[in-house]
Design a protein around this ligand. Structure first.
Ligand SMILES: NC(=O)c1ccc[n+]([C@@H]2O[C@H](COP(=O)([O-])OP(=O)(O)OC[C@H]3O[C@@H](n4cnc5c(N)ncnc54)[C@H](OP(=O)(O)O)[C@@H]3O)[C@@H](O)[C@H]2O)c1
Length: 248
């Protein structure tokens, strides 16, 4: 019986750690060909080597999602290697939380560049192929912060609200091309994400919170598998999940 994953070509940004890495592993185990993008080439190359060593299909390409031509090159590489792109997972992101009054303006810029513009560049790179194929699937990563705002999370939450808005607009626009659109909003998942927090007060708070409640990254990977494995006429548009212990 088909799992609707085997043989699919899946591009994943931010595949060098956390959610992206876990998803690459699980999709590869289900028979997908995975194309891994991130800046830390050693990590994605090692992961691709491990997956191909286990009989899977994987390639790695150094990609900074703030450079649109690098994101295009990543998607083009997938099509050159495997003939098509079935799924684009716009996952790369960072979360340097801090109160606005700390004026960490460079971090605001960085979050906008990676979390919003990176997703847009992923859409720009994959959409022309998917239109032509009359098939495809975008999976964009938002957050509980795409639904809730708290002190210290204003800019991060704004970027993740933007991902939801973009995903809903995209969903409506790509109907004629038979393209599916899923936005996944995780709660606290144990990854390297808290390492991106530079403000000492926020870092302390977030580390404690993650230590108390965070769940493993394969929770996210299973949500991806759920959305992908539905029959092609079923479009799972939103998944919001949290650790059972997470209150906010
Ligand atoms: N973990 C959570 O609790 C949680 C909850 C909600 C949403 N999310 C979202 O999940 C996504 C993945 O984060 P994670 O939790 O897996 O954290 P992570 O372990 O820190 O992974 C972040 C990934 O993004 C990549 N990345 C960062 N900047 C990049 C850039 N400019 N170009 C290309 N790749 C870049 C990193 O790769 P390189 O550094 O190698 O480039 C890394 O692979 C993010 O969008 C995050 O906002 C996470």
């Amino acid at each position: 019986m088909s799992n609707n994953i085997e043989g699919k070509v899946v591009v994943i940004t931010g595949a060098s750690s956390g959610l992206g890495e876990a998803t690459a592993r699980l999709l590869s185990a289900h028979g997908a060909s995975v194309v891994l993008g991130a800046r830390r080439h050693d990590r994605i190359r090692a992961l691709a080597g491990e997956l191909t060593g286990g009989g899977g299909k994987a390639i790695a390409m150094t990609t900074d999602v703030t450079h649109r031509e690098q994101v295009k090159r990543l998607v083009d590489a997938a099509v050159q290697a495997y003939g098509r792109i079935d799924v684009m997972i716009n996952n790369a992101g960072l979360m340097p939380q801090a109160l606005l009054e700390r004026l960490k303006i460079d971090e605001w810029d960085r979050m906008i560049d990676v979390n919003i513009k990176g997703v847009l560049y992923g859409i720009a790179a994959a959409l022309p192929y998917m239109k032509q194929q009359k098939a495809g699937h975008f999976i964009n990563v938002s957050s509980v912060a795409g639904h809730k705002v708290g002190p210290g999370s204003a800019v991060y939450a704004a970027t993740k609200h933007a991902v939801r808005a973009l995903s809903e607009g995209l969903r409506q626009e790509v109907k004629p091309y038979n393209i599916r659109t899923t936005v996944i909003s995780p709660g606290a998942v144990a990854t390297e994400l808290p390492d991106s927090v530079t403000d000492p007060d926020a870092a302390d708070r977030i580390r404690k919170f993650y230590a108390e409640v965070a769940i493993p990254a394969d929770s996210f990977a299973r949500a991806v598998v759920f959305a992908m494995s539905q029959p092609e006429d079923v479009d799972v548009n939103e998944i919001l999940f949290r650790p059972t212990r997470q209150e906010l």
